[in-house]
Ligand binder design. Structure first.
Ligand code: SF4
Length: 254
């Protein structure tokens, strides 16, 4: 099946260039033989995709990873979206025991102390739940855009995620943030109130700040870390591996 999905990925990657986002979603529904999962962070791009999936009543599962550290505004837009479209966005939570162990090891905000601690937290709260969210699916839809950051340059409309054994589709890959913002405005798509306060890419509350004028779009994510380390693992570590690190007492807050 992997070989078939790999071939289909290549075929759809070429086909997507000629299609609109909703046509891309419909093509996935027509061509992918098994389950299709869209994981939403409830940010601007993902809200556009949720709108298209729900408005067109497409048989695509919409799931979100609730890390337990999201902004109150994110929970508000989650509720507003379910109310508007009458469909549930399914929650996937971290495993209770793993979360207890993590917090008891490194402290409640241990992620500020060292990149390993931050990756451990993302591992427990995001990467492992993502593996469960995608379990058994043949295709994964994301809201990634090509121009979001330099390390997304090598990505495609559709690729084959060999680690997870599924097709990965990015239907908004060639759209700009401004195009998506205008679409959301015209279609009255619910959007996170934080976007209006300088938050462009929105993740967990303690790890996201507003972006200053002229800064790159993802500059507000894990801003205290070196730029090359700033990924949560959802798009770079397909095996869901959790990195463990204990907090050294007395370490200064970074
Ligand atoms: Fe933990 Fe921050 Fe990663 Fe959220 S973004 S999972 S709080 S380290």
């Amino acid at each position: 099946m992997s070989t078939d999905l790999e071939a289909l990925s290549r075929e759809l990657d070429l086909a997507f260039a000629q299609l609109t986002p909703v046509e891309r979603l419909k093509t996935l529904v027509e061509r992918v033989p098994g389950r299709i999962v869209f994981t939403t962070s409830l940010g601007l791009e993902d809200q556009m995709l949720t709108h298209l999936i729900f408005a067109e009543k497409l048989p695509i599962e919409v799931k979100t990873l609730d890390t337990g550290r999201l902004f109150p505004e994110t929970y508000t837009v989650w509720r507003e979206t379910e109310e508007k479209y009458g469909r549930r966005i399914k929650a996937v939570y971290p495993k209770g025991e793993a979360l207890e162990e993590l917090v008891n090891d490194q402290g409640i905000d241990g992620f500020y102390y060292a990149p390993e601690f931050r990756k451990a937290c993302c591992g427990v709260r995001k990467v492992e739940p993502l593996a469960r969210a995608l379990s058994g699916a043949e295709a994964w839809i994301t809201g990634l855009r090509r121009d979001q950051s330099a390390n997304r340059e090598g990505m495609h409309f559709v690729g084959f995620d060999a680690g997870r054994g599924l097709l990965k589709a990015n239907p908004l890959f060639d759209w700009t943030r401004e195009e998506i913002r205008l679409f959301a405005e015209e279609e009255k798509v619910p959007v996170n109130a934080l976007h209006g306060q300088g938050f462009l890419s929105i993740g967990c509350a303690p790890c996201t700040r507003a972006v200053r004028p002229g800064e790159p779009e993802r500059a507000g994510r894990w801003w205290w870390e070196e730029e090359t380390l700033r990924e949560c693992g959802l798009h770079v570590e397909p095996d869901g591996r959790v990195i463990r690190a204990k907090l050294v007492p007395g370490t200064n807050h970074g």
